[in-house]
Design a protein around this ligand. Structure first.
Ligand code: 2AM
Ligand code: CA
Length: 257
């Protein structure tokens, strides 16, 4: 099996476990005040890591719950066993599994799987983006007034709370509608397939965005910082769009309250 096939197989296996345990979470731990982790995050991560290690024992792994497993390889798997853990813990059916493969610092493979809808978003660098095997493209929306946009926010860091409230206010005054769905990986894939026209968030981690950003770029989207600088999954600021409304979103993010 190739890299993407291994990632797909293990995502489906972990997805079954997520569905089996949905609504039955017994124990929630806290990494920080609003940063939850359930026993299902750990179980899902174990399944994914075991599968990847079995197929590619010499590769490095960087996973949300267990951190870095280093073999000094050029190949690094970035894993989020549940993106949208707060939704999951409350049995709110919007969460995903995100798996990406970075080769010498470039993301080459990306997969985001929503087990609830059985939707598998995939991309390989240079080969387009797919939803359940069908080619996807970003929307053609050319004005923020006609756009359906999404964001996400965490609550621990006070300056981010202030910034999030400001941005949210500025977007609801301009956009057709603003959503706050709670799984950044899936939110960015929704931009990739045209369900959203844009997305922005502060404070995300590499495992949240690595796969989805490749999927979005392969679907014709654009990803930068809020001010239009080059994006990296190691930067904590993401603006993702269909590319046409990117400048309009940058203007709104630059407005004062
Ligand atoms: P997670 O469920 O894997 O933690 C929601 O706005 C997005 O932010 C989700 O992708 C979520 O990923 C992430 N997120 C939520 N709380 C977070 C926190 N405390 N630190 C970092 N990322 C967080
Ligand atoms: Ca997670």
């Amino acid at each position: 099996m190739n890299y993407l096939e291994v990632a797909e197989k293990t995502a489906r296996e972990a997805g079954v476990v997520l569905l089996e345990n949905l609504g039955k979470v017994k124990k929630i731990e806290f990494k920080a005040k609003n940063s939850l982790v359930t026993e299902v995050d750990k179980l899902s991560e174990e399944i994914i890591i075991n599968n990847i290690k079995k197929s590619f024992p010499s590769h490095d792994i960087f996973a949300e719950e267990s951190g870095r497993h280093s073999e000094n390889s050029d190949y690094l798997w970035l894993i989020d066993p549940i993106d949208g853990t707060t939704n999951y813990a409350h049995a709110y059916p919007f969460f995903s599994i995100s798996i990406a493969l970075e080769v010498k610092g470039e993301v080459e493979i990306g997969l985001v799987y929503d087990p609830v809808k059985d939707e598998m978003f995939t991309a390989e660098a240079g080969k387009g983006a797919y939803l359940n095997g069908e080619l996807i493209k970003v929307s053609k929306s050319d004005s923020i007034e006609h756009s359906h946009v999404c964001t996400g926010f965490m609550h621990e860091i006070e300056w981010m709370v202030e910034a999030n409230i400001k941005h949210f206010g500025n977007f609801i005054r301009r956009a057709r509608a603003v959503r706050r769905d709670g799984s950044a990986a899936l939110d960015v894939c929704y931009v990739a397939c045209g369900r959203f026209d844009g997305f922005w968030e502060l404070g995300l981690n590499p495992w949240d965005t690595a796969a989805a950003v490749l999927i979005l770029k392969e679907a014709g989207g654009q990803v930068t910082t809020f001010s239009g600088d080059e994006y990296s999954i190691y930067i904590k600021e993401i603006l993702a769009s269909n590319s046409i409304i990117h400048g309009q979103m940058m203007e709104i993010l630059a407005l004062e309250g």
